[in-house]
Design a protein around this ligand. Structure first.
Ligand SMILES: *Cc1c(COP(=O)(O)O)cnc(C)c1O
Length: 368
């Protein structure tokens, strides 16, 4: 692998393939695989990920918002795309791009059907979400009759799937809660199917759901974080490979005298002579201010260099007093060995937040 010469996010498509196949190996033969590529493919690159996994026979894609789906269509993605969080202002965009909305409450449900009627559409594929305990988006169990009655009066939509989302699938201490969610979902599905007269697909599992609740795969699973290499537990992390490595270089080295400060607002003051390296990556690239002042670290020649002082918009300064390094040397922020999760933990956050926060300013490079 050539050394980084600027700040880059390297995306290893072989690792992506490994993760896809690993998760797929957990699925029953008839279970469909929906790949979640929201938020730029968890901060990597939604288009490249979707193209690559469409070729590897992913069945479905999901994004959070309509415009994310439009970008996939523009790039030539032909698989069905579920929009997890459609907003009425985007219904026309959804229809014009053959995106499939999640209908999660009466307002969205009725307004989408009305919009379709204006477009003279019939049997448009939609997905109905039920809230089974996360209390975020979704109809409640008691809404089934209302939905079914409304559906019987229109041919504008055809329910492709009904689904729900688990609140704590990664936390085995909450197993009882998760099993309750799964049971509520089963009841809703049965009631729905008995009354509507056809059988939509059912799905409830995210990555940790697939790994921890094989009995709840139903017809499809929705995996995001696992494809990007994180399994939400030490055991599962070992079987997956983080696909993204964030790298940069040393722009400048300073020798700081005792009593001098480093960075904005003199947040770091040296009590002995030290050596610092200034790196071309900052909070505008996704390394938040919370990583400053000794919390976060980077790796230079396999050694940890803590971030000192405040994180700037475009730069951080790290302490390299004990590291043999020079201007131009490569710096690892995270990779498959020292992972985004390791760095995220220094500020009590999760891999999801760190990787989705890597801004679009950072150049993406793909390893085939
Ligand atoms: C983001 C999301 C997923 C993917 O979850 P992971 O934990 O990343 O696998 C699945 N379903 C819904 C509704 C989501 O919002």
């Amino acid at each position: 692998m050539p050394k980084a010469q600027e700040t880059i996010l390297e995306i290893d498509l072989k690792a992506l393939k490994h993760n896809f196949e690993h998760i797929k190996s957990k699925l029953k033969t008839n279970t469909k695989f929906l790949v979640v590529v929201k938020a730029f493919g968890y901060g990597s690159d939604a288009i490249e990920i979707a193209k690559y996994l469409q070729n590897l026979s992913a069945d479905y894609f999901a994004v959070a918002y309509a415009h994310e789906g439009v970008e996939l269509r523009k790039a030539g993605i032909t698989n069905p795309i579920l929009v997890l969080h459609p907003i009425p202002a985007n219904f026309k965009t959804i229809i014009n791009n053959k995106l499939e909305p999640n209908l999660y409450n009466a307002k969205v449900f009725n307004e989408f059907i009305e919009t379709l009627a204006n477009y003279k559409q019939s049997d448009y594929p939609v997905h109905i979400k039920f809230n089974t305990g996360l209390n975020r988006l979704g109809f409640s169990e008691s809404d089934v009759d209302y939905i079914v009655e409304r559906l019987k009066k229109t041919n504008a939509v055809k329910v492709t799937s009904i689904f729900s989302h688990l609140a704590a699938s990664e936390d085995l201490n909450e197993k009882k809660f998760t099993l309750t969610q799964i049971n509520i979902f089963k009841n809703i599905a049965q009631n729905f199917i008995d009354n509507i007269g056809y059988t939509p697909m059912l799905h409830i599992c995210n990555t940790s759901g697939v790994l921890n609740y094989p009995e709840a795969q139903f017809d499809m699973v929705r995996s995001g974080i696992g494809l990007y290499g994180f399994g939400n537990s030490e055991k599962e992390n070992k079987k997956l490979k983080p696909i993204a490595a964030l790298k940069t270089i040393i722009s400048q080295i300073h020798n700081i005298k005792k009593g001098e400060s480093v960075g904005y607002n003199m947040a770091f003051k040296s009590d002995s002579p030290i050596r610092t390296a200034t790196l071309p990556i900052g909070h505008a690239d996704g390394i938040g201010r919370q990583y400053g002042n000794g919390k976060g670290f980077v790796l230079i020649n396999d050694q940890k260099a803590p971030i000192i002082g405040n994180v700037c918009m475009d730069m951080i300064m790290v302490n390299v007093s004990n590291i043999d390094c020079k201007e131009g040397d490569e710096v690892i922020i995270f990779n498959s060995k020292t992972t985004a999760e390791d760095l995220a933990q220094t500020t009590n956050t999760i891999s999801y937040e760190l990787i989705t926060g890597i801004s679009q300013r950072v150049k993406r490079i793909f390893l085939q």
